[in-house]
Design a protein around this ligand. Structure first.
Ligand code: LLP
Length: 431
């Protein structure tokens, strides 16, 4: 996802130097490394709160913020957001279980995803969630059958595919015709008579999601305009519509962008414009948005320690104890994450920052001007609060990392580091 040629460190008031030592809010990162070891994800509670409040202030009201918990589903973070009134966008039974575990109001949960199993559909109906975002005709058949069996009426939302180019990394573009997501508009339209007549389905909303890390707000305006026009059609057809869901995609700055992203206010304005142009503003619908990365991405960093510095073939490799198992985004999308030394130092020579996993793709930075580091030094990778831990794996039999939430001047462990025994606790050896 390296879109630019710059290699900056985005400014942050939550990961900043105090007398030459990097701290997360008031807590020095060296203290966190000492107490909890490395690699460890460190999150600033204050940064999450600020992101939530800023996003809420930027969108038209009334609006339900349904946090896309796939970005970071740690229970402490979910509970914190739920306490602020946040809902959730989920994509699996596991994510639903997490929301219920922290007492998040089921009426604020929407369930997206192209492959919900019967078990997941039953679980969602039993929990009484706000809406199932349906993405195919077979899914509608399955939901209707399950609802009929249970004698209930299932609240559904049609997730349409607006065919808008989000101009983002192809792996995270979801609103084009040739992706697996959503229903084509003409298919969705043809479903309206059936849905409005169904005793076991209530068409309560329309939804879309054009992609993640949107550079500008225009794709959002275009998508909402298309979605809003479809909402008008649904109401005309007699659907009991309550909401319009504009999806996620609010960007954060990672530091490699040539141009700054549109500010969040521009996304709010784009939604407002789309609603007005399409005539949906007059329908009195509740707006839903599904930001993931924006709420947690820059609130988190991955704290890691240099294991070795190795010179080879006129190249310098800085080998750290974190890997693609903790943060797979560079390997998967060629994504850029800013690197900061815990002891302040100016960048020196270029080096590759790599992990210990046996894959050439296990890198965090290639030919990057890094500070002069030695064995034992600490570094952080910024922007690791979203799609870091939630995409982690145990490849190479590496125990999952610890997670720490800094709040009120204290570091709280919010996920214990796995032990070696945890790696094979669930494995069985037949006699
Ligand atoms: N809603 C739906 C239906 C989604 O599929 C997604 C993300 C979101 C909301 C939240 O998008 P966000 O606001 O975080 O951009 N692993 C990739 C991102 C994949 C996003 C998938 N869907 C990454 O690390 O960049």
């Amino acid at each position: 996802m390296d879109r630019g040629t710059r290699a900056d460190i985005p400014p942050s008031s939550h990961f900043a130097y105090r007398l030459g030592a990097l701290a997360c809010d008031e807590v020095p990162l060296s203290v966190i490394a000492e107490r909890f070891d490395t690699p460890t994800f460190v999150y600033s509670a204050r940064a999450i709160d600020e992101a939530y409040d800023a996003l809420a202030a930027s969108v038209p009201q009334p609006c339900l913020i349904a946090y896309a918990i796939k970005a970071n589903s740690n229970l402490a973070i979910l509970a914190r957001l739920a306490r602020r009134g946040c809902g959730a966008d989920i994509v699996s039974g596991g994510e639903l279980a997490r929301c219920l575990e922290v007492g998040l109001d089921p009426k604020k949960i929407v369930f997206s995803g192209v492959g919900k199993t019967d078990r997941e559909l039953c679980m969602a109906l039993d929990a009484g969630i706000r809406a199932l975002h349906v993405e195919s005709v077979p899914e509608i058949d399955a939901i209707e059958a399950i609802a009929r069996d249970r004698g209930v009426r299932a609240p559904i939302t049609l997730r349409v595919n607006p065919d808008v180019d989000p101009k983002t990394h192809p792996y995270i573009a979801t609103g084009l015709h040739d992706t697996k997501f959503g229903l084509e508009l003409d298919v969705a339209r043809a479903l309206l008579p059936r849905l409005c007549a169904s005793e076991h389905l209530a068409l309560e909303g329309v939804a879309c999601h054009v992609g993640s890390q949107l550079a500008g707000a225009e794709p959002m305006a275009d998508a909402v305009e298309i979605l809003g026009a479809f909402a008008v059609e649904c109401v005309r057809a007699g659907a009991p519509l309550r909401s319009l869901d504009a999806g996620g995609g609010w960007p954060i700055r990672y530091g490699d962008e040539d141009l700054d992203y549109a500010p969040w206010e521009a996304f709010g304005a784009a939604i407002r414009r789309g609603l007005e142009i399409s005539g949906a503003a007059a329908l009195g619908l509740e707006l839903i948005v599904e930001p993931g990365r924006a709420l947690v991405g820059d609130a988190g960093a991955l704290l890691t320690r240099v294991v070795f510095v190795k010179e080879q073939h006129q190249k310098r490799f800085v080998i750290v104890d974190a890997a693609m198992t903790e943060l797979i985004r560079p390997a998967l999308y060629d994504a850029y994450h800013a690197v900061m030394p815990v002891r302040a130092a100016a960048p020196a020579g270029a080096a590759d920052l790599v992990g210990p996993v046996c894959e050439t793709g296990d890198f965090f930075a290639i030919d990057r001007a890094l500070p002069p580091v030695a064995r034992g030094d600490l570094l952080i990778l910024r922007g690791a609060g979203a799609y870091g831990m939630s995409m982690a794996s145990q490849y190479n039999s590496r125990p999952l990392a610890a997670e720490v939430l800094v709040e009120g001047g204290e570091a709280h462990l919010v996920r214990r580091r796995q032990s070696f025994e945890d790696l094979f606790r669930d494995e069985l050896r037949p006699a």
